[in-house]
Write a protein that binds this ligand. Structure first.
Ligand code: GLN
Ligand code: ZN
Length: 754
């Protein structure tokens, strides 16, 4: 029996790659220096895998930005405008990833999208009628040879043609299937090259196979690989799937002449069933994803061994992770302040390697490894999560009415109109104001104990006062306090809730050089004291205009945390909802009349298969949001905010959140979403952002006016709010103030004209 992994976290143990790449962006190091750091990291990671006893070692999972982009570049999927910059290969690569503005020209970056059901983002390959797919890159072979020079034969990995062409966007008249022949030729060339370089295995990732696949697509997949695999020569090809099961193509998949098939037994709910129903060919290796590549918890050896017992009845098994380890932090040994009693339950990337080897040794019955099995069994026998019986009781006693706010939305709108006396097209912002250097320094100093709590608070109050003064000056209608006391919003709430744990170095790549450090749900979650009331109340004393209270919703907090696994996501979300509900009611009791509950990441855990959307997710996620605000008075106006504009397909569910007002990012894809809102006669008042905060550019008054008129051509004026499309924390002060001033002027002009 052998062990394998799909990919390893490339940013490095202490995010070396992130820092080196950012230095390169700032021109502090040269391309050669960056490449040298890349080489060192690759070498270190390969060596680590060897030392940990992993048999199949991937190469090509390393990337300076994103592996989907790597495959696109390898295959010449680079739109003309980037090629015409005539930059070096590395600079062209980064121009695709981040845009380029300089002597050579001015181009925006490729679009970026969420990678399946993870918080990782990939660059969307862009094809037009001039695109010619062909093998032009060298990186795949260079890294393979680099490993070989270090004495390690790796298994190169690339994204497969089916997934690549399914995820790509098409800007001409040609569509995915028009590129199939070219893609086949290019992948055949990769086979030939690897045969020449005496490669043994190639891993082709085809995660799109776990999505809902039409019979036409199944047919295309079959044709694609029938042609492709006929040319593989001596090379062995592993087709690797992850993030679910492959129920729509299983039979076709096993009948194709692959040498190995990688299946996910963790997220793939039906994978075992598929095996039992259709068997598995004896002449292929079954790469069984049994160590979870997404969670941070230790593997339960007893359960896994039992599962493997069943899997082994069907074929020759290689122990594998369920997906790339990219989605988990590097190692628990970087954590110095967490209690050992807690740490012993965790397994990050490095520890997951040990688990694979442990499992292999236990199964191959090497006596000396029984000890690790016994230890693992003992660990799982202990009661580990801190339980709070009161929380359980509260959840048990919830009834249907706890999820329904009265009176109905339309009635509330009348009452609120009367109370709040806002003009038509009211203006507001999403919450945060620029997190300047001094704001960050203040927080850092407080955390390090360099300033007292009083000093820390006074500084924040001063910033709040300035922020309120500015908003009054430019005459915004609904004000915010600016969120100067918050770092990452999920970490901020997690820190104030019981049941959460925080790590020091457990970073996970989100996109490019950006990493996130999700908090860990360790026990039952509850709120022991008010979280936001102090600053919101203070801010309200500074103005007669309504001050929006600012909270993060339960679904988003959970989706951006590492959840526990002994209770359902639904139960964990309900616990959070109850905690945030207490905060909402406290804000209301303290005179806050408008409360925004952000659900920025609502879409994050939406199941990959549409048939599961409601039963597995929306049926509890939407009610959890309603639970948070169901108890407020009719006068209190509830807002929510969502970050991704991609929700046309769940628009009815968003309306069912029953907020009074929702704001979202729409400045970049206005029409689709406005049409969707119109089509279902969306009831909630909406603020589709009128300018894009992701760019430092200041929108002109006339531009904003045009955007507002566009919105008004689709939706009734009494339902529209005017706001930027997201929080302003990542922006500079200058552009923020200028943009908001223009926003208010534009709203006033449109009001004047109607
Ligand atoms: N209130 C938050 C802010 O303004 C919302 C951010 C978000 O949804 N990502 O920063
Ligand atoms: Zn947002």
């Amino acid at each position: 029996m052998k062990t394998s992994i799909i990919g390893f976290p490339r940013v490095g143990e202490v995010r070396e790659l992130k820092f080196a790449t950012e230095k390169y962006f700032r021109k502090e190091i040269s391309a050669d220096e960056l490449e040298k750091i890349g080489q060192e990291l690759r070498k270190k990671h390969w060596q680590l895998l060897v030392n940990q006893g992993i048999d199949f070692i991937p190469s090509g999972d390393f990337s300076y930005f994103d592996t989907t982009l790597d495959t696109a570049v390898l295959l010449n999927i680079v739109p003309k405008k980037y090629q015409e910059l005539n930059l070096s290969p590395l600079e062209t690569y980064f121009a695709l990833a981040r845009g380029y503005q300089g002597e050579a020209g001015d181009v925006t970056a490729l679009a970026m999208k969420k990678w399946f059901n993870t918080n990782y983002h990939y660059m969307v390959p862009e094809l037009d009628d001039e695109t010619q797919i062909k093998l032009v890159g060298e990186q795949l072979f260079t890294t393979f040879n680099e490993a070989k020079a270090n004495g390690i034969t790796t298994r190169p990995t690339i994204l497969g043609p089916f997934t690549l062409l399914k995820l790509a966007s098409y800007h001409g008249s040609k569509k995915a299937k028009d590129f199939y022949e070219e893609a086949i030729a290019a992948y055949v060339e990769i086979f030939e090259r690897l045969n020449l370089e005496s490669g043994e295995w190639l891993q082709i990732d085809e995660p799109a196979l776990v999505l809902d696949i039409t019979s036409e697509e199944v047919q295309q997949f079959k044709e694609l690989y029938t042609k492709l695999l006929a040319k593989k020569g001596k090379l062995k090809v592993l087709v690797q799937t992850y993030f679910g099961d492959v129920r729509d193509v299983y039979q076709d998949l096993i009948n194709l002449p692959f040498d190995g098939i990688g299946l996910d037994f963790v997220e793939g709910r039906k994978t075992l069933e598929l095996l039992e129903e259709h068997g598995f060919p004896k002449d292929k290796l079954l790469f069984a994803g049994i160590v979870n590549g997404k969670n941070i918890w230790k593997n339960n050896y007893e359960d896994t061994i039992a599962l493997l017992g069943k899997i082994q009845l069907f074929g020759k098994v290689v122990l594998n992770t369920s997906c790339s380890l990219l989605h988990v932090p590097y190692t628990i040994s970087s954590e110095t302040s967490l209690n050992k009693e807690v740490l012993k339950y965790f397994a990050f990337a490095v520890e997951k390697l040990t688990e694979l080897t442990d499992l292999k040794n236990i199964i191959m019955n090497k006596g000396e490894h029984q000890e690790s099995l016994e230890q693992n069994i003992a660990l799982f026998k202990q009661e580990r999560f801190s339980k709070n019986p009161q929380v359980a009781k509260k959840i048990e006693s919830l009834t249907e009415n706890d999820f329904i706010r009265v009176p109905v939305l339309a009635k509330r709108a009348e009452i609120q109109k009367e109370q709040l006396k806002l003009p038509i097209l009211p203006t507001t912002t999403i919450g945060s104001f620029p997190q300047t250097k001094e704001v960050k320094q203040n927080r850092a100093k407080f955390k390090k104990g360099e300033i007292s709590e009083a000093e820390y608070t006074v500084f924040n109050q001063k910033k709040i006062a300035e922020c309120v003064e500015f908003q009054e000056k430019i005459d915004l209608d609904v004000l915010v306090h600016g969120e100067f006391e918050r770092n990452d919003m999920v970490e901020y709430f997690g820190e104030s809730l019981e049941g959460y744990l925080f790590t020091e170095k457990a970073w996970v790549q989100s996109y490019g050089t950006r990493c996130v450090k999700p908090p860990i749900v360790w026990g039952d979650v509850s709120r022991s004291k008010p979280i936001t009331v102090f600053y919101s109340k203070y801010a309200q004393t500074l103005t007669d205009k309504p001050m929006k209270g600012m909270l993060t919703g339960p679904v988003t907090i959970l989706n951006w945390s590492f959840p526990r696994e002994d209770i359902s996501l639904k139960e964990a979300t309900l616990q959070l909802a109850l905690a945030i509900q207490e905060e909402v009611l406290d804000l209301e009791a303290n005179g806050i009349k408008i409360i925004q509950i952000d659900e920025a990441a609502l879409r994050e855990k939406l199941p990959l298969r549409q048939t599961d959307w409601h039963s597995e997710y929306l049926d509890w996620a939407i009610p959890a949001f309603r639970l948070v605000h169901s108890k407020v008075q009719p006068e209190t106006q509830i807002h929510t905010h969502m970050c991704y504009s991609e929700f046309s397909d769940i628009i009815q569910d968003i309306d069912n959140m029953d907020a009074d007002v929702i704001s979202f990012e729409a400045s970049r894809s206005n029409l689709d979403i406005l049409n969707a809102l119109k089509a279902i006669d969306f009831q909630t008042q909406v603020g589709p952002g009128v300018y894009d905060i992701h760019s430092p550019r200041v929108p002109l008054v006339t531009e904003i006016e045009t955007t507002i008129h566009n919105i008004l051509s689709k939706l009734p004026i009494e339902k529209i709010w005017i706001n930027p499309d997201c929080g302003l924390k990542t922006r500079g002060i200058f552009e923020t103030e200028a943009s908001l001033e223009n926003l208010v002027l534009a709203a006033k002009k449109v009001r004047g004209g109607v």
